[in-house]
Design a protein. Structure first.
Length: 354
């Protein structure tokens, strides 16, 4: 866990510098120590600062305070006055693995909500840092899920029928699940049960809809990173990966030409539903149905609907028109369009360029 390349010379320099900068005086030595190789120590190493890995931003310690150093035999070595985050992290990173430390309590910290927190012993320190860790985990999970689009990935042994489909968070902070020509809207709440992070998902669907039956559950978050979320609910598991390749700014859906047919491409129009601008008349809850047409008049008359899953363009570029309707009420909310274009790609191209 520790950076063994940082020698005791670095620690000695920290000690001498600290003693030079801040005389400690007659401080009572706290012998309620905890080891460098301990959970509490690992949490402390996440004190905010440029040198910290995965810092806990929700508590900022109020300096100065004193740290007591003990060797591998719990023999007291030296007190060090800690003046700021960078010095604190430098000291923690330089400490030999078999050493221990203690803190001259009470110490204080400012929480992310601006409230002052007083900590009087190791138990209170661990409790505060664990609470901060959970709060950070919630904020990271929510913040991560709001970034880019998310694609449901294959997971061997856990097929669910939604692989390859997309989830997005829209401007109203609602989930959008894109299933073929349909868009479902919902919400999510993250919370902890003990030390476990959970995500409660709820899509608003018509009665006895399989989307609601599958997704509307309390999911345990078993893995979380900036570009991956893995969820578990009983025997079900879902892996969702971040996809930041999509760009809807140009309103052009570009796909590589087919071999031997310049200017012609096979497109899945479902994919571009991610770029659908939801009409302002939408109630932010009703599920939507999209239908695709080659002319605006066909879209108005609702005739000659094209098959969107495997569509070959008839001109290049070409405009595609689509109707946006509510599924249950069959209310027409609008008719929109986007352009499709077949473009030449090199042989190593992975397919779609958005």
């Amino acid at each position: 866990m520790k950076k063994l390349a940082l020698t005791s010379l670095a620690l000695l320099c920290l000690i001498l510098t600290s003693c030079e900068n801040e005389p400690i005086g007659e401080t009572i030595i706290n012998r309620d120590t905890f080891e460098v190789d301990s959970e509490l120590y690992a949490l402390l190493e996440r004190t905010p600062g440029d040198a910290a890995e995965d810092p806990l931003e929700c508590i900022d310690f109020n300096y100065a305070f004193v740290i007591f150093i003990f060797d591998e035999n719990l023999e007291y070595i030296e007190p060090i006055s800690i003046q700021d985050n960078e010095q604190f992290i430098g000291l923690l990173n330089a400490m030999p693995d078999n050493y221990s430390i203690s803190i001259s309590y009470p110490i204080k910290g400012t929480q992310s909500n601006g409230e002052l927190l007083e900590i009087n012993n190791n138990d209170e320190l661990k409790e505060a840092l664990e609470a901060c860790e959970k709060d950070e985990e919630l904020r990271n999970c929510n913040g991560t899920f709001r970034s880019c689009y998310w694609q449901i990935d294959e997971w061997e042994g856990y097929e669910n029928g939604y692989e390859g489909l997309y989830i997005a968070v829209n401007d109203h902070d609602l989930l959008q699940l894109h299933v073929g020509t349909k868009i479902y809207f919902g919400s999510w709440v993250t919370f902890h049960i003990g030390d476990e992070l959970h995500m409660n998902v709820s899509f608003i669907t018509e009665e006895e809809n399989e989307v609601g039956s599958f997704w509307n559950n309390d999911w345990r978050v078993i893995s979380l990173s900036d570009n991956l979320i893995e969820l578990e609910n009983g025997p079900r598991r879902v892996r969702i990966i971040q996809n930041c390749d999509w760009s809807c700014e140009t309103q052009v859906y570009q796909v590589c030409e087919q071999d031997g047919t310049p200017g012609e491409a096979l497109l899945n129009l479902y994919d571009y539903s991610l770029c659908t601008e939801i009409p302002t008349t939408h109630d932010r809850s009703s599920s939507l149905l999209l239908s695709y047409f080659e002319t605006e008049q066909d879209a108005i008359d609702d005739v000659n609907e094209v098959e969107p899953a495997e569509y070959t363009n008839v001109s290049n570029p070409q405009t595609i028109y689509f109707r946006i309707e509510t599924i249950e009420e069959e209310e027409l909310l609008g008719i929109e369009s986007f352009d499709i274009e077949a473009i030449p790609c090199d042989p190593l191209s992975q397919g779609n360029n958005k």
